[in-house]
Design a protein around this ligand. Sequence first.
Ligand SMILES: NC(=O)c1ccc[n+]([C@@H]2O[C@H](COP(=O)([O-])OP(=O)(O)OC[C@H]3O[C@@H](n4cnc5c(N)ncnc54)[C@H](OP(=O)(O)O)[C@@H]3O)[C@@H](O)[C@H]2O)c1
Length: 266
Amino acid sequence: MTTKTDAKGTALITGASSGIGAEFARRLAARRHRLLLVARREDRLRALAEELLREYGVSVEVLRADLSKGSDIERLRLRAAELDDLEILVNNAGFGTRGRFVGMDPQKQHDMITLHIIASAVLARSVLPRMIARGRGAIINVSSVAAFFPLRGNATYSATKAYLNAFTEALHTELIGTGVRVQALCPGFTLTEFHATPEYAGLNVRARVPGFMWMTAGQVVGESLRALERGKVICIPGRRYRLLTRIGRLGPVAEIRKLVAARLRR
Ligand SMILES: NC(=O)c1ccc[n+]([C@@H]2O[C@H](COP(=O)([O-])OP(=O)(O)OC[C@H]3O[C@@H](n4cnc5c(N)ncnc54)[C@H](OP(=O)(O)O)[C@@H]3O)[C@@H](O)[C@H]2O)c1
């Protein structure tokens, strides 16, 4: 596809076929980054690529991959390693589940750990040497406020997101002085397709969670990119969520757990 001469380095975004990932693609295309968009729904990626080419004239490559599969992670790793202008990696692909750990499909848990943790770590390991050599670049790991609240019914999800926060914070300390920035983006409830899966069918999360708790993908991604410029490592979009996680860190997770459980039981 066409490339304009003023285009910036490539941004690789996983889970770009909807929600937060698609919003990152739009924002970064508007900033004239070339894009490599990854997800399983290739038709969605192609439609987005056409929109971004039309709108911003940037070059967009589409790669269909199921990042819960080792072979597809490896395929993407090899492609990412070929990019000598990779400037931003957004490890965003993810999904949620409901139900207690013992009752859940073990394969689903395995897929979640592979997608949230293995794929993110493999891609970061693959692109960092070149970013460090160039003295520039950024990695955004899309985590969740769930990282701060290990709640019932969310064991594997919360744990994988807590991994992303710890991983990002530690990586940050290793990268000081290299010119490479890292961020763990921790959104709260965001209006995307996340709760539209069969997993959440019948729960009607949108109606149960009060309106003021919802943010748009645009608000989340806007805060993330502004925080990246300021070098903020843990980015929690929305004042209400910053407050909530601060309270959570002080300890009363048990009370918050009861409140959330009561609301979801109704
Ligand atoms: N929405 C929220 O309330 C919320 C809150 C906190 C954190 N988050 C996090 O935000 C991130 C983005 O989610 P979202 O809210 O934007 O939800 P979304 O609209 O459902 O988007 C999820 C993206 O991940 C991709 N994906 C899922 N499984 C994949 C797989 N096995 N391989 C490759 N790609 C896969 C999906 O694409 P395909 O289906 O086409 O593969 C889609 O592009 C996730 O990491 C999620 O945990 C969301």
